[in-house]
Design a binder for this molecule. Structure first.
Ligand code: ZN
Length: 97
């Protein structure tokens, strides 16, 4: 694995915070920022992995990629949290549209 579960969760926690704060701009801006700031080796490979799992922007990383990549976790509380947070973000988006 090019990135371990612990790092993935930290990335998820960071991205979910940013999604709550500013929302998704349809890029991997915050994902890539986190990878750069944490000096993750093979950041491009991590991005590729996220994209292979449906994460083409920050919110999709939480929605799709985290779900796939963390699914072997026993309880998986973080993805449930992402789900709840993102449901809220999407409701908000729909309300504004
Ligand atoms: Zn998005």
């Amino acid at each position: 694995m090019i990135i371990d579960n612990e790092q993935l969760k930290q990335l998820g926690n960071y991205v979910v915070t940013q999604m709550q704060r500013v929302g998704c701009d349809n890029t991997l801006f915050f994902t890539e920022k986190w990878l750069a700031e944490h000096h993750v080796k093979n950041a491009p490979a991590v991005v590729e992995l996220l994209e292979e799992n449906g994460g083409f922007c920050d919110c999709e990383v939480l929605f799709n990629a985290m779900d796939c990549l963390l699914e072997d976790e026993d309880e998986n509380p973080s993805t449930k949290m992402y789900q709840l947070t993102l449901d809220r973000i999407h409701e908000e988006k729909n309300r504004l549209n």
